[in-house]
Design a protein around this ligand. Structure first.
Ligand SMILES: [Zn+2]
Length: 377
C-alpha cells in the first residue's frame, strides 16, 4: 500500500541556490525533450556530454524528468480518447525534483539529497513503511515542501462491519447524512473573495517585470494558498469523521463538471459555493482514508435520489428551492437532503444485496442486516 506524506523543509541559502540550479537543469532537459520530441532517457548520456553542467544533477532526477513527460503524454492521450479537448504539453519551468530509490538519506530530521546537501525537515508525523520516492518542491509562496512516497507491505483487510451511513452532498449545507448530522459549508472562497479581488486589482496596477509586482504576486498566491489549506483542513476532518465512525459509507457519484456548468447558468452566483465545496476532493479523501482503514465506500448514481420518496418510492420533481420532502402518497415528511441521503443509503444496500432496511421511529436510523455474509467491494 502506498502512502504520501508531505512535510515542510527549511534549506539554507546555499542549499536553496543549488536546488534552484537543479530546477534550471531539469527545465533544460524537459524543454529539450519536448522540442526534439524524444522521450527516452537513453538520450541523457549524450546530452550530458554536450552539456557537462547537467552532471550537477543526480542522474535519477533527470531520468525522472523524462519519465514525467512520458507519463503526462499518456494521461493526455487517455483524455483525448475520452473525447476531451486537450492541448499540447507546454514548455515550462520546473519547480520540483524527484529522487527515486537512490540519492537521498533521511537521518532524524535531516534530509540529505545527492548533489544538493542537507536540510532540516519538519517531521510533523511519522513516515509509514519504507521510503520509495522523495519529491522536493518549491511553491509560489516561496515555501519548500518534501513529499515522501512510502510503501507498507500489507493492504488492510476489509472489515465486514455493520454500521452504515448514506451521505448527501448538497448546496444548502455541505453534507447531510442518514443519522441527521449536518456539516455546514465552510465558505472558504467567499470569505476571502473581497481580499482576493483587491489583491488582484493591486497586482494589475504594478509595472510589468518590477520587483513590486513580484511581491504582489506572492501576496495573491498566499491568499489562494490559504483557501486551499482551509479547504483541505475541513475535508480531512469531514472524511475522518465518517471513516472513523462507519464501516460502510455511501456517497453520490457526482459528475462534478457538468453540474457546475449547468447550474452556473441557472443560478448565477451559487456556482462559487459549489466549486468551494470541492466535492470531488471530498470523494477522493473519503476513498483513500477508507482504503487505509479497510472500510467500504459505495459511489451511487445520484439519479432521482432527491425526487423519490424514501418510504414509498413515489417520484415527484422538486425545485431547487424546495427544501423539504413531503410525500403526497404516504405523507413522509423530512428535509430534502435527509430524504436524499436515505435514498443513497438504500441504493447502496440494495446493490450489495441486503434489502432488510427499516426505520426506527422518528430518529430515521437504518440498520442493515448483514446476515454474516461479507458484501462485495
Ligand atoms: Zn412516500
Amino acid at each position: 500500500m502506498r502512502h504520501v506524506t508531505r512535510y515542510r523543509t527549511y534549506p539554507s541559502h546555499a542549499v536553496e541556490q543549488r536546488l534552484f540550479t537543479g530546477f534550471t537543469r531539469c527545465t533544460f532537459v524537459r524543454n529539450y525533450c519536448l522540442e526534439n520530441k524524444t522521450y527516452r532517457d537513453s538520450i541523457l548520456p549524450n546530452l550530458k556530454d554536450e552539456h557537462p553542467e547537467l552532471r550537477e544533477v543526480h542522474s535519477k532526477v533527470l531520468q525522472n524528468v523524462v519519465q514525467q513527460i512520458v507519463h503526462n503524454l499518456r494521461a493526455l492521450k487517455k483524455l483525448k480518447a475520452k473525447g476531451r479537448m486537450v492541448g499540447k504539453l507546454r514548455k515550462k519551468r520546473v519547480h520540483s525534483m524527484i529522487y527515486e530509490q537512490s540519492g537521498f538519506r533521511l537521518t532524524g530530521n535531516q534530509l540529505w539529497l545527492s548533489k544538493i546537501g542537507e536540510m532540516r525537515i519538519e517531521l510533523s508525523r511519522p513516515i509509514p513503511g519504507t521510503i520509495k520516492q522523495i519529491v522536493i518542491k518549491h511553491n509560489r509562496t516561496h515555501k519548500w515542501f518534501v513529499s515522501i512516497i512510502s510503501e507498507t507491505p500489507d493492504t488492510p483487510e476489509l472489515t465486514p462491519g455493520t454500521s452504515w451511513v448514506g451521505i448527501d452532498l448538497n448546496l444548502e449545507n455541505f453534507s447531510t447524512d442518514t443519522d441527521g448530522v449536518i456539516f455546514e459549508h465552510p465558505h472558504n472562497v467567499r470569505k476571502v473573495a473581497k481580499r482576493l479581488r483587491r489583491a488582484q486589482w493591486k497586482l494589475s496596477k504594478k509595472v510589468l517585470g518590477s520587483r513590486n509586482r513580484r511581491k504582489q504576486r506572492v501576496r495573491v498566491a498566499r491568499i489562494h494558498e490559504q483557501v486551499e489549506n482551509r479547504r483541505n483542513d475541513f475535508l480531512h476532518k469531514w472524511s475522518r469523521y465518517y471513516v472513523d465512525r462507519y464501516d460502510h459509507i455511501a456517497l453520490e457519484d457526482l459528475k462534478i463538471r457538468p453540474m457546475v456548468e449547468s447550474l452556473e447558468t441557472k443560478l448565477c452566483g451559487r456556482s462559487k459555493s459549489i466549486l468551494d465545496a470541492a466535492w470531488y476532493k471530498a470523494k477522493e479523501f473519503i476513498r483513500y482514508k477508507a482504503a487505509n482503514a479497510g472500510k467500504y465506500v459505495y459511489l451511487i448514481d445520484p439519479a432521482y435520489t432527491t425526487q423519490d420518496c424514501f418510504r414509498c418510492g413515489y417520484r415527484e420533481k422538486k425545485d431547487l428551492s424546495q427544501r423539504t420532502h413531503s410525500c403526497p402518497i404516504c405523507g413522509y415528511t423530512v428535509t430534502r437532503d435527509l430524504n436524499a441521503a436515505q435514498n443513497i443509503l438504500k441504493k447502496s444496500i440494495c446493490r450489495v444485496g441486503h434489502t432488510r432496511i427499516y426505520a426506527c421511529g422518528d430518529q430515521d436510523r437504518y440498520t442493515a442486516d448483514l446476515g454474516g455474509a461479507s458484501p462485495g467491494p
